[in-house]
Design a protein around this ligand. Sequence first.
Ligand SMILES: *[C@@H]1O[C@H](CO)[C@@H](O)[C@H](O)[C@H]1NC(C)=O
Ligand SMILES: *[C@@H]1O[C@H](CO)[C@@H](O)[C@H](O)[C@H]1NC(C)=O
Length: 286
Amino acid sequence: MKNIVLSFLLILAVSSMTLSHKIIGTCYKDKNSLRNSQYFTLECSASNSINIYSRNENITSAEAYIAPNDIKELKKKLVSFDKVDGFKFVMNEIRYFPKGIERFFTNLVALTVEYSNLQEIKQVDLKPFPKLIFLNLSVNMLKIIEKDLFKFNPLLQAIDLTNNIIKEIDGNVFEGLNSLNSLKISMNLCVQVNAVGRKNVENFIKELKIFCKKKEQKFILDEKKGTKFNWRKYFWIILISGTSAVVFLIYGLFKILMTVKVAPKNEKLSVCDPQSQQELKNNVWI
Ligand SMILES: *[C@@H]1O[C@H](CO)[C@@H](O)[C@H](O)[C@H]1NC(C)=O
Ligand SMILES: *[C@@H]1O[C@H](CO)[C@@H](O)[C@H](O)[C@H]1NC(C)=O
C-alpha cells in the first residue's frame, strides 16, 4: 500500500514537471533587418511568450511565421523549420536553457537568449548544436562559465556574454575554439573585456589562462573587488608618492625642530622692528 502511494506521488511529481512549452517564432528573412546576417540568413525570435523556471523543461511544440513586410501580407506565412538557422529568445523568463529546440529547428547555427533572466548554462544545453557559430547570452543573470562549456561547439565564431554577473570563468574554456574571432564579456563582475578579431581573442585567451593559473585555474574575483579600487595597478605610484610624502614630513618636522632650537621665542621677538612687534602682539591678543 505504501509503495502504491509513493509511486503515485512520484508520478504526480514527475508529471507536474513535464510542462509543455510551445515556441512561436516570428522570423525575419530580410537581410538588412538582421543584425548578424554574417552568421545566419533566417532568424526567428520568440519574445515575451515562454517561461522556464526549472531544468529539463522541454519545448514540446513550435511554429514559425515570416514577419509580414506590409499590411497586405498580414496573413501569417508558415516557415519550414529546416530553413531557420538562427533562433532568438528575448524578454522571456528563461531561467534555464530550454530543452528540445533542436528537435524542431535542426539547422541552427546561431542562438540568442537575451534579457531573459538566464541563470545558468551548461555543456548539455549546448551539446545539441554542433554547428553553432554564434552565441549571444547577453543581459542575463549568468554567474559561472564552467569548464568545457563549449566542448561540443568547436565552430563558434562569436560569443557574447556581456551584461551578466559572471564572477567565475574557467581559464581553458575558450581553448579549443580556433575560429572564435569575437568574444565579448564586458559589464560583468570580474571580466571586463571585449575582444574582436582573432588576434585580440587569442591574446585575451592567453591572458585569461595566465591569470587563471595564478588563481588556481579559475578567474575569480569577489563581487566587491570587481568594482573596488585596484591597488595592484597603482602599486608603484602609491609606493613612490607615499615614500616621498613620508620623507617630506620627516624633513619638515626636522626643520621645525631645528628652528625652534636655533631661534627661541624671545630672541626672535627682539629682532623684529617695532611695527611688526606691535602686529605680533595684536595677533597674540586677538
Ligand atoms: C524532455 O525530453 C527528453 C527527451 O525526449 C526526455 O528524456 C525528458 O524526460 C523530457 N523531460 C521532461 C521534463 O519532460
Ligand atoms: C547580443 O545581444 C545584445 C542585446 O540585444 C546586443 O546589444 C549585442 O550586439 C549582441 N551581440 C552581438 C555579438 O551581436
